[in-house]
Every structure is written in C-alpha cells, then in structure tokens.
Design a protein around this ligand. Structure first.
Ligand SMILES: Cc1ncc(COP(=O)(O)O)c(C=O)c1O
Length: 368
C-alpha cells in the first residue's frame, strides 16, 4: 500500500528519518561519554523501544506504571518509571510487575518518606527488594525533593529499610527543554542542577550516600550534561522531533534544530471548503494536540491551521491562493509528538512513499 491509500486521519512515521534520529542521538550520547535511557512516553511501542536498545540504549524510561507493564510484557529488561506512584492498588501492581518479570530491572521513582514506607511494606510481604530512585527538584517545581537535608534523610531511609534499595537520583528539568538557543539552554540546564552535584561531592560521597545512577536530561538539554556526572540521559522526543522541538535551535542555528528530522506526521484529508480562504480537514483536537501550539502543514507554509474542535481542523488560505480539492490529503507535523501519538491506535511506518510497517501503539492511553 502506498501512503496516499491510507484512510485518514492516520499517524505516520518516516522510517528513514526515525532511523537517522535514532542513530544520531545514540552517537551523540556515546561521544559525550554518557549512556542513553530513552523516554518511551513519546512512542509507547515496545518494538521501537527494542530498536533503541539494539542501537545502544542501556534501558528505557516510562512515565507511568501502565506503560511499564506494556514495555515489560513486550520484552524490555531495564525500565525506570519516572513518576512517583501512590495508593495501595498502584503499589500492588508494582509488586505484581516485579513478580511477573523477575528478569526485568524495574526502578521506581519516589520523592517522599511515605512512598518509601508503603512500597517497602508491600515489597517485604512479597519477599522482594524494589529498587528506588529519588527525584530531586531541579527548577521545574513539579515532583522532586529539595536538594539538601531532605534528600539526605530520604536516601538514608531507603538504605535502612527492608524491602527497598537505593539506586540513585533523577533530575529532569522539563521547563528548560524548549528554551531557544543552544548556549542559553545549556547554561540554564547546568545551573539548575549545580546544587545537586555540589551536594554529591561535598556530602553524599563522604557519607556513603553517592547515587549509582544519576538520570535526567531531554532532547533540549542532553548536551549540557557532558561536564557533569550524569550517568544516563532520558531524552525521548528526538526520535520523532515535533514542530516545537524543531524550533529550539542547535549548536549551528538559533531558530531551528537540524540535528534531528521531523519524522512523525498526521495524514489528513480536506473534507470541506466553504469559502475561498477557508477549508476544513478531518483532523481536530482528537488527532492533533495543540498544547504546544498549532501543527505545521508540510510544504504549505501559505496555509495556517486553527483547531475547529474535536474532529475538525480549520485551514486559513492566503489570497491569492491555490484552491484545495475536496478529498485532497495534507501532511501535518504535530507541535507535540507525545500528546498527538496518544490519540491513535496505530502508527504506520513509511519508506519511499510505501507503508511497510504497522505498529499497534500498545501503551496508548496507559496513563494509569
Ligand atoms: C522525566 C522525563 N524524562 C525525560 C523526558 C523526555 O524528554 P524529551 O521528550 O523532551 O526528550 C520527559 C518528557 O516529558 C520526562 O518527563
């Protein structure tokens, strides 16, 4: 089947671009002397996680326990769950996941004494030792324990508690990923974690509390961490490279990123053309997320997209314009790959215009 024969709206990935992005990031991380633990929240597909591991990644991240369940079932053997969990049901599911996949290294993020106590009780009952990593505050003011005495107390608690073990720390500055300009972004990324590395050297190491793993960094900030002692980078979006990431700049350009290519797109069809300057496509908010801005129409910079609600996308055509045809297909580069992908059941892999791969997005909707 060729691309034009796909029914729309359809989520499509250009396999040459995906493979190029995969290779580029792995090579860059190797060159920086770091290891890659890619975040799979961007694609949610075990087969793609496997491709990342085959290319050299040490393991993967998932945001949610539900995604980790999908990835473990898909054969992934090293998973860091990057969001804390709470409540008996979740903790029991974490225990069950450990029991079902004893060969899989599963690490759970925590940032509070209660997490440690409750996970430890459940793990001890099941005769398990569950590995924990502590999320530290690195400027985003989301989850994360403050760097200082609170962190020291939490590490000591994990070390002294039966049923859990201390694997390291996570410092991910999500708020800095899209700062425009390579130097400005890297400078802020380093500054945001400086206190953590000072504490590690001054206090954690001498007290025997040094983390084995220091994990963090994304597509925007990974390059900042070469001089620090991060042991692994969690970048995820580099694989698809959405429109908002394409605009953050790289070491050669301030306004655009040319290291990675826009691999992900949504194929959509013109379903209505009510006036000469307005057309409507079959991709609304239930296809193309708009939390990071509007999608871009490939090759048609003269047309702007405006959401027309759940099912409609409104196109504004400049005058004088070339009319679109009813039934004409257009390709949209999403502004945010993660939230767009989560709208679809299937990802079609395309090479030279032919659909050669079809992946079920097994982690779709697994935000549980
Ligand atoms: C904790 C964590 N690590 C890594 C990532 C991946 O970062 P990016 O998709 O910006 O490469 C995210 C993305 O939201 C995240 O929340």
């Amino acid at each position: 089947m060729n691309l034009a024969q796909l029914d729309t709206p359809a989520l499509v990935v250009d396999l040459d671009k995906l493979e190029s992005n995969l290779k580029t990031m792995q090579t860059r991380i190797n060159t920086l002397g770091l290891t890659l633990r890619p975040h799979t929240k961007a694609h949610k597909i075990p087969a793609i996680a496997q491709m990342q591991i085959e290319a050299g990644a040490k393991g993967i991240c998932t945001s949610k326990l539900g995604e980790a369940e999908v990835m473990a079932k898909g054969g992934i053997k090293d998973i860091l769950i990057t969001t804390p969990i709470a409540g008996d049901k979740k903790i029991q599911r974490l225990v069950t996941l450990h029991q079902h996949y004893p060969d899989c290294r599963l690490i759970q993020i925590v940032d509070h004494i209660e997490h440690v106590k409750q996970i430890a009780i459940a793990a001890s009952k099941a005769g398990l030792i569950i590995e924990l990593m502590i999320e530290v505050e690195s400027g985003q003011q989301r989850c994360g324990v403050a760097v200082g005495d609170e962190l020291i107390t939490l590490i000591q608690l994990i070390q002294q508690t039966e049923g859990v073990s201390y694997a390291g720390v996570q410092a991910y500055s999500g708020h800095l990923q899209h700062i425009k300009g390579y130097d400005a972004r890297n400078k802020q990324a380093k500054a945001a974690v400086q206190d953590l590395f000072t504490l590690i050297e001054s206090t954690l190491k001498p007290k025997g509390l040094a983390p084995e793993i220091i994990s963090g960094g994304g597509t925007g900030t990974y390059a900042a961490y070469q001089d620090l002692n991060y042991t692994e980078i969690q970048a995820g979006s580099y694989l698809f490279m959405d429109a908002s990431y394409r605009a953050i700049g790289d070491e050669h350009h301030d306004e655009k990123n040319t290291q990675f290519q826009a691999a992900l797109s949504v194929l959509s069809t013109v379903i209505s053309h009510p006036t000469s300057t307005r057309a409507v496509v079959d991709a609304g908010m239930k296809c193309l997320s708009i939390d990071s801005g509007m999608p871009i129409i490939e090759g048609r910079e003269d047309i702007t997209y405006q959401t027309g609600g759940d099912e409609h996308g409104i196109l504004h055509l400049e005058e004088p314009n070339t009319q679109l045809e009813i039934g004409q297909q257009l390709t949209f580069i999403p502004s945010h790959c993660d939230t767009t992908l989560n709208n679809f059941d299937t990802l079609y892999g395309v090479r030279d215009g032919e659909v050669v791969e079809q992946w079920e997005i097994l982690g779709r909707g697994r935000s549980d």
